[in-house]
Design a protein around this ligand. Structure first.
Ligand SMILES: *Cc1c(COP(=O)(O)O)cnc(C)c1O
Length: 403
């Protein structure tokens, strides 16, 4: 007998759980793409996205692509062949973005902070001060690295750039963190923000987003890597609706994203962030309890630098694959695989790690169910773990400020 019946629960860091409201919004006939409701709805999606990103100066751009497409879009609009970028590695994802930049002909300088630590802004400032000729055109970083689950301090990196008196643009990958971790595009001086539809935005994979600040749009004028499909210029200043998407609009993704962004704004973005803080803190409390009687530990030791969207858990001598397999086959819970934490290989796996995605459309029972299921698996498989994890998570959730 298996207990994997009822609704299967996906607890991976994207795609995330899609709300029924989003699914239902997508369930409709093809619309008129030239005039009428779709045009109005598209305008509302852009407005909602800007409000969620806390910007009144940046323009959202929506591509039919995943996060990798959004990465490439951002690079081709900012750089010319031979330009230099400073990329901050805190795991796997900034590396992937840097690899794309190198293949496009950009010279990449990098600082590697290792697989278990956040960006140190002081080292960024030093590197920029040393660049007396101002060759570095942009600093590129991720807010949350989805492999290591580190949360980087974006505001502190902007302050480091300013302290060094350096004109570099700040480009931030918020693919895992957007609408999960707090983010202030204007207040933090972010010039380019990159995200995707399938994580905090609770919409199917298929949309890649760039948020283009005024200085970034200026940089576009000089970028010789720009290509027709990815070009920001017509998408930011369209003469006709068609140019916003360089072709047919992603109609049903827009229906879904409209509903998802409406839900986020109905809840209030600050409440969304606070909910992610409480639920992620509950996960961390559970992992710490398990770790008091076994090898499990959060990959990131400092709670202030743990992502609110995903938690990477080191399992030591415990077989993470056996744990995940039991959860999936016997309990109906899919957990995230371990991704290479710092290795040069994209697409590989890190043994001895699993990840819990806690992004987007999540409630207390969903998190408590995930944690209880992991505990069940460790009990069934005789894996050593400390007691009281679910109670520790419940105590965190019980302490949340009620509305
Ligand atoms: C998911 C993710 C990506 C890649 O997105 P895809 O849609 O899989 O291409 C890039 N960066 C971060 C931080 C991510 O979490």
């Amino acid at each position: 007998m298996s207990l994997a019946h009822g609704r299967h629960f996906l607890s991976i860091p994207g795609p995330s759980v899609m709300p029924d409201r989003v699914l239902n919004a997508m369930h409709q006939a093809a619309p008129n793409i030239y005039e009428g409701d779709l045009i109005t709805l598209t305008g509302e999606v852009y407005d909602n996205l800007a409000r969620i990103a806390r910007t009144s100066t940046a323009v959202p751009v929506i591509y039919m692509a995943n996060g990798h497409g959004a990465w490439e879009a951002s690079l081709t609009n900012v750089f010319s062949r031979g330009d230099t970028a400073l990329v901050l590695f805190t795991g796997r994802f900034a590396r992937g973005w840097a690899e794309q930049a190198e293949r496009l002909g950009v010279t990449v300088k990098s600082i590697d902070f290792g697989p278990r630590s956040p960006v140190d802004p002081a080292l960024v400032e030093d590197a920029l001060r040393a660049d007396t000729g101002h060759e570095i055109r942009a600093v590129m970083m991720v807010q949350t690295d989805t492999a290591t689950s580190v949360l980087n301090d974006v505001k502190a990196v902007r302050e480091a750039i300013d302290a060094a008196g350096h004109p570099a643009l700040l480009m931030v990958d918020c693919i895992a963190s957007f609408a999960c971790d707090s983010f202030e595009m204007d207040a933090w001086g972010v010039d380019v923000m990159v995200t995707g539809s399938q994580k905090g935005l609770m919409t199917p994979p298929g949309l890649g987003l760039n948020f283009v600040g005024p200085k970034a749009l200026e940089a576009r004028a000089k970028a010789d890597l720009a290509t027709p499909y990815w070009d920001w210029q017509p998408r930011c200043n369209p003469q006709v609706y068609y140019q916003k998407f360089c072709g047919t609009a992603p109609t049903h993704h827009l229906f879904g994203l409209h509903e998802a962004t409406t839900m986020i704004l109905e809840e209030g973005i600050e409440n969304v962030w606070a909910r992610h803080v409480t639920l992620s803190t509950a996960v961390h409390a559970a992992v710490e309890a398990w770790g008091r009687g076994g090898p499990l530990e959060c990959n990131i030791a400092d709670p202030a630098h743990r992502s609110r969207a995903v938690t990477s858990i080191r399992t030591g001598a415990i077989d993470a694959n056996a744990l995940r397999r039991y959860c999936e086959d016997q309990l109906g819970l899919t957990l995230g695989i371990g991704l290479p934490l710092g290795s040069p290989v994209m697409g590989g796996r890190e043994e001895g790690v699993f990840r819990i995605g806690h992004m987007g459309h999540l409630s207390a029972p969903m998190i408590l169910g995930t944690l209880g299921s992991i505990e069940t698996a460790m009990t069934a498989l005789d894996m050593p773990h400390g007691p009281g994890a679910v109670a520790a998570a419940a105590a965190v959730i019980a302490g949340h400020p009620r509305s």
